[in-house]
Each structure stands twice: as structure tokens, then as C-alpha cells.
Write a protein that binds this ligand. Structure first.
Ligand code: ZN
Length: 462
């Protein structure tokens, strides 16, 4: 593994290992200065051209005075629901559109957690900005001009399709495959078409589970082994969970780095460099990020070890800028400098705010359960989810947990108690584990939801 990581790390002779060194490696004060200027223009634009924000700020008592970037916390947050409401109010683009509809040149639809999809309109300038941030992001992961990238991120309608513009900009070879098309992915890797794979962590795990282990060597390993050296995961936090990452790296013989974006802000905004110490923020100058306390929503310092929710403000977005948008991801700041010389902070996602639950006063993210369950490979596949009953965040143990297993272990009672014991020992709450076959757990090519809502039990039940 070290050899692969070093290969990625030392792969610097072609130009530079930082796409926009003048910005990505700039002292923090310079980034701030750049952002302050961009925000001044954005604030005035929004007040004049966005019916949505003009009204929102008026209602929040922010008069006609200018609110500086330093005082941003004086402005109200923006939620996903509000954006949905703005869309319904003035279709097809919404009351938050800041440009003439003719200037919208590309439209994506977000999957939307509930109900109808949301619409994201981009101007030509917005498309370019997304490409710039995405290029910094993927370049940071180690994808460079010489890379051959097999991507399973669909071309549309989702924003992940924007990655195709990014790969073109970097100049790497691109081999597009539809999400979940295992056959073409395996063929492409065996045929030596690609050295890099872009996919969800669930899909990389699925591939690893299907790869013959070195012990049972034969097809797929040894002489016939695939050309893959690098997997970039996105769309869900799995690639950052040590147990999942180590498994993929060990079995597939690759280096794993991860990326993250937020549909309403930018599809690629954070990219992990080959030092594998968390994802760098790659939106400097275009997006302003704040960290807030997930409970009180008070601003927090972005410093090593801090845990909070990220809030985003679009500094240069033209068509549909968001201000203080609650992204819903709870992250831990891993550092504010790096051996790679990027000066932006690094972070890891702990989980979605919506997925978090509280057991006897302790916050728990389903990702923590994944790290415990992962240790039971190869009897389990590595996927698991929490079954939520009702909408209360505070839940009483035992916590119902579904663990995906291979067919042979469908009714392995010994396995159930082993996992339950491990959860109790490591996470200090009791879980009630049920084993679910791969066929019943659902598609591995896409994101895996970490929670599933079950109907409320009738009174008297457990
Ligand atoms: Zn780095």
C-alpha cells in the first residue's frame, strides 16, 4: 500500500500536484481577502436580484445596511425546505433565481430526500466555477493528466455528472460507465482500460467482496490482476471509515481517497490528497464555509479536532446562490495544514445530521456502526443500516440494526450475538441485529442509506 501511496504522492513531475497553487496554497489571510471582496458583490446582487433573499433578510430584520463576511452570522440560515418552497412559489426555477431565465444554460435535478426533485439552474459562469472547484478537488485526489479514469458517476440528471467536465479539464482519459454496471466495470479494469475508479464506497466494497482473496488465487489476481491502483469514493462517507477503506485497499490493492460535494452548493467541493488525512476544502474564493455547533447552531472555530455542521455561502454563484446553507453533514476538522502544502482545512464526515440519534445522552452516527460491523468480513458484506422507529432523535436501546450478509450466513445466530456483543463493547449501547441478504438489502451501485424508517409498532411491542 505504501508503495502505491508514494507513487501517487511522487507523481509530480508533469507540472505541479496542486491545480491552482496561487489559491490553494495561499496564506489564509489572502483567501479571506479574496472572499471578502466576492461577498461584497454577491450581497448587493442578492438584495437587488433575488426576491427570495431580499424578503428573507427583510423579515429577519436585516435592514438596508451591508452585512460583511465577518458578520455573516447576523444573516439567517437557508434550509433545503426553504429552497424547495422558493421553487414551488415561482416555477420552473424558483424565487431564488437571480438572473434572467434565458441565462440558465444547464439544469440538474437533485434526487431530493422526499417528494418531487429539486431543480438547479446554472449559468455559463456557474458551470465554469463548478468545473474549477471540481478540478481542484479531483486533482487533489491524485487524478492527473496521465490517469485513466473509469467513472460510474452518471452523466445526468444528477450533479455528479458534472465530473465529466472536470476530467476533461484535467486532461485525463475518461471511461464512463453507468452507475452499478458491474459487468462493464470489471471488464474495463481487467482489460487494463483504467487505473482509477470513481464510485460510491458501497460499490467499491461490493467489488472488493467479489474479488477472489489472495489465498484462493486464480482469475483476477496474480498475472491476471486488474490495472487498478486508485479508487476515489464519493456520494457517501464510507471511503473515510478506516475499516471500510482498509478492506478496499487490501483486497483490491489500491489507494483510496475520497471526495465530497453538496448538490445545492457544488458537486465536488472537498478532495482528499494522497496523504490520506481527510478531505481538503477546494472551494476557496467561490464558497465560504462556516462551522456551527450542531445543537445550538452557534459559530465555531475551524480548528483541529472541532466537530460541527458545515454551512455554505456561494460567493460567486450567479443563478441560484445560497447564503448560510445548512448542508446537514457533521464533520470533524482533521487539520488546517498538510504536507501537500494546501492551506485549506481537512475534514472527515461523521454522518448526516438527519441520521444521527441519541442513546442515553450520547450522539451516535450510523457510520460508527459500520466500523464495528466491518470487522466481521467475510461473513458480512460491510453494509449495515439503523432501523428508525418514529421520528424521535432520542432512542431507547436495543437499537434495531440490519446487517447485510452473504447468502451462506443468512440465519447465523452465532454471528448475530457476536456483532451485538461487539456493538455493546465498542459503542456502549445494545443493538438488536438482524441479518439481511444481499438480494434484500438493495442496489450497491448507488448510495446506501444508513437509516431506514420502520412503521411505529403497535402498543405493547418491544
Ligand atoms: Zn493534503
Amino acid at each position: 500500500m505504501a508503495a502505491t501511496a508514494n507513487r501517487l504522492r511522487d507523481d509530480t513531475c508533469e507540472r505541479d500536484w496542486i491545480w491552482e497553487r496561487e489559491i490553494e496554497a495561499a496564506p489564509w489571510e489572502e483567501t479571506r481577502r479574496l472572499s471578502v471582496g466576492a461577498w461584497e458583490r454577491q450581497f448587493r446582487r442578492l438584495r437587488e436580484s433575488s426576491p427570495f433573499y431580499a424578503r428573507k433578510w427583510r423579515e429577519a430584520g436585516v435592514g438596508s445596511s451591508f452585512v460583511s463576511l465577518a458578520d455573516l452570522s447576523a444573516l439567517p440560515f437557508t434550509t433545503k425546505e426553504e429552497l424547495k418552497g422558493a421553487l414551488d412559489e415561482d416555477p420552473p426555477f424558483g424565487a431564488n433565481l437571480c438572473v434572467a431565465p434565458e441565462q440558465v444554460k444547464r439544469v440538474y435535478q437533485t434526487s431530493g430526500t422526499s417528494g418531487a426533485p429539486s431543480v438547479l439552474g446554472l449559468t455559463r459562469g456557474d458551470m465554469e466555477t463548478w468545473t474549477v472547484m471540481g478540478t481542484r478537488t479531483y486533482y487533489a485526489t491524485g487524478i492527473h493528466e496521465h490517469s485513466s479514469v473509469l467513472t460510474t458517476f452518471g452523466a445526468g440528471p444528477f450533479v455528479a455528472g458534472h465530473t465529466h467536465f472536470v476530467l476533461l479539464r484535467i486532461g485525463s482519459r475518461s471511461i464512463p460507465v453507468a452507475p452499478g454496471d458491474t459487468e462493464r466495470v470489471v471488464f474495463g479494469l481487467r482489460a487494463g482500460l483504467a487505473d482509477t475508479l470513481l464510485c460510491t464506497a458501497s460499490f467499491a466494497q461490493y467489488l472488493a467482496n467479489r474479488s477472489p482473496s489472495p489465498a484462493s488465487a486464480g482469475e483476477g489476481r496474480g498475472e491476471g490482476r486488474s490495472s487498478l491502483t486508485h479508487v476515489v469514493t464519493g456520494g457517501e462517507p464510507g471511503g473515510g471509515i478506516p475499516e471500510i477503506r482498509d478492506h478496499i485497499q487490501r483486497v483490491l490493492g489500491v489507494t483510496v481517497t475520497e471526495v465530497m460535494g453538496i448538490g445545492d452548493v457544488a458537486p465536488s467541493l472537498f478532495g482528499e490528497c494522497p496523504h490520506q488525512q481527510g478531505m481538503h476544502f477546494c472551494g476557496a474564493g467561490h464558497v465560504w464555509v462556516e462551522l456551527i455547533d450542531p445543537e445550538s447552531r452557534e459559530p465555531m472555530e475551524i480548528e483541529t479536532g472541532a466537530v460541527g455542521e458545515l454551512v455554505y455561502t456561494a460567493l460567486t454563484r450567479e443563478a441560484m446562490p445560497v447564503v448560510r446553507f445548512l448542508g446537514g453533514d457533521i464533520v470533524r476538522i482533521e487539520g488546517t495544514s498538510c504536507e501537500c502544502e494546501r492551506t485549506s482545512f481537512r475534514m472527515r464526515v461523521l454522518g448526516r445530521r438527519d441520521d444521527m440519534f441519541i442513546v442515553r445522552g450520547v450522539n451516535v452516527y450510523p457510520t460508527a456502526i459500520l466500523s464495528v460491523v466491518g470487522e466481521f468480513r467475510p461473513r458480512v458484506t460491510g453494509r449495515a443500516r439503523v432501523v428508525r422507529v418514529g421520528s424521535d432523535t432520542s432512542v431507547e436501546p436495543p437499537i434495531p440494526i440490519e446487517v447485510e450478509v452473504t447468502e451462506r450466513h443468512g440465519s447465523d445466530n452465532a454471528l448475530i450475538s457476536e456483532i451485538e456483543n461487539a456493538i455493546h463493547a465498542k459503542l456502549t449501547f445494545r443493538g438488536k441485529v438482524s441479518l439481511v441478504s444481499e438480494a434484500d438489502f438493495g442496489e450497491a451501485g448507488y448510495k446506501t442509506r444508513l437509516t431506514r424508517n420502520a412503521p411505529l409498532p403497535s402498543r405493547g411491542e418491544g
